[in-house]
Design a protein around this ligand. Sequence first.
Ligand code: FES
Length: 242
Amino acid sequence: MNQVTLTINGRQITVDEGTTILEAAKKLNIHIPTLCYFKLHDDRTINDPGSCRVCVVEVEGRRNLAPSCSTPVAEGMNVNTSSIRAIKARRSVVELLLSDHPHECLLCEKNLNCELQSLAAELGVRELPYQGKKATYEIDNSSYSIIRDMEKCVYCRRCETMCNEVQQIGVLSGVYRGFNSVVAPAFNLPMAETNCTFCGQCVSVCPTASLTEVHYIPDVWNAINAEGKHVVVQTAPAVRVA
Ligand code: FES
């Protein structure tokens, strides 16, 4: 395979042709934040739609910032991963995502384990400058094991890659367009009415609490199930009876 030599933050590195800037930076132990990008441990499955733009970097001679996760290296490339412009752009991206995200971190299942929350901290987001319309969706708690809360979806599409390419179930995919874009079962069917096998792999790769597991408390379940009701109890203090 052909080799390519480039410079990242003043340090030279030679990598295989086709390597992305993100991968090359990792070899130099240079951290670039990511959100939609996801690579399974087996290295074969990569989710890199280049959609979130959290990983943008400055490339000398290019007018636009480049998403490092999906931009291949080039001979002689000179990359700056921590320019003021790149950092400001990343922060704006996270601020925009948060402008259409529920602000209930303390009550959220993923509190302190949420990638969006971590990014906001890492990028120094201290206020939410963008206010406006928010997309609203019904919580889907139709299944006995997975809760879908699409108001927390950041449209990274990791769940879609996991469901389709890895598990080969094909339940989740992008639906709607523009502001209402979201990942959901076809025709936005409730999970309980799909072919979902409830393997839970989509939950394991979701960066936020858009997809979470149902946690049963057996006594509560048994007591209320005796009345024929479906009870979902989350670790967060939310008890839902439907
Ligand atoms: Fe690169 Fe989302 S992580 S565009």
